[in-house]
Design a protein around this ligand. Structure first.
Ligand code: CA
Length: 222
């Protein structure tokens, strides 16, 4: 799950970023409208958390610009302005939901989950390869119905590979699925996740093959 957080208050940013990461979300952060537009131009997100009062304008102005380019990414507006008129403004302009600060993180998460469920997920909830089943919605993997416990990033790598079973997944695409743009990444981090996965998937009826510098491919061996 990749989230763009558009917010300029450093405390809010670090609290939200930490909390979202704990819930398996990859977070990119933009502090201004301009930065946000830059991110949106090069990346796609599962949802955008949008503050209204930004240094270079009203966050809401981003929404019609987004929609005019047929970008349907769900937008949850976060703001100190919580009165009814402002809510109507936001929803009129094409935002999907509205949350007034201060809010409980649990509520933010619940709203976010609701947004991510709407519209129906593009892929089925379960992806299968060999004896391996991945429940994408619940982020659970199993081998022959035995639960397989995987750390967040290994799970994200596995998901990206299983979505394209039998096909090469480019290194850049894997990096993008697993790391936020401003995560501290060591160059071999991806390879480390893959080699750990390989060990855990020894009995799973799949292999992960790599081409150095190009990418990885998950194949069924059963
Ligand atoms: Ca602000």
């Amino acid at each position: 799950m990749r989230i763009l957080l558009v917010e300029d208050e450093p405390e809010m940013v670090s609290a939200l970023r930490a909390a979202l990461k704990r819930h398996d979300m990859v977070v990119d952060h933009a502090g201004t409208l301009l930065e946000a537009e830059g991110f949106i131009a090069v990346d796609s997100y599962d949802a955008i958390l949008l503050d209204r009062q930004l240094p270079d304008g009203d966050g809401l102005s981003l929404v019609p610009r987004l929609r005019s380019t047929k970008n349907t990414t769900p937008v949850l507006v976060l703001t100190a302005k919580g009165d009814t008129a402002d809510k109507v403004d936001g929803l009129d302009m094409g935002a999907d939901d509205y949350l007034a600060k201060p809010f409980a993180f649990e509520e933010l998460l619940a709203r976010l989950r609701a947004l991510l469920r709407r519209p129906a997920p593009l892929q089925s909830q379960f992806i299968r390869a060999g004896h391996l089943v991945l429940d994408v919605g619940h982020r659970e993997a199993s081998i022959r119905a035995e639960p397989l416990s995987l750390p967040r990033r290994e799970l994200l790598v596995l998901e990206a590979l299983m979505r394209r079973t039998g096909r090469m997944v480019q290194r850049e695409a894997l990096m993008e699925a697993v790391f936020g743009l401003d995560d501290e990444i060591q160059s071999n981090a991806l390879d480390t996740h893959v080699s750990r996965l390989r060990r855990k998937l020894a009995d799973a009826g799949v292999t992960i093959n790599g081409i150095r510098g190009v990418g990885y491919l998950l194949r069924e061996t059963t």
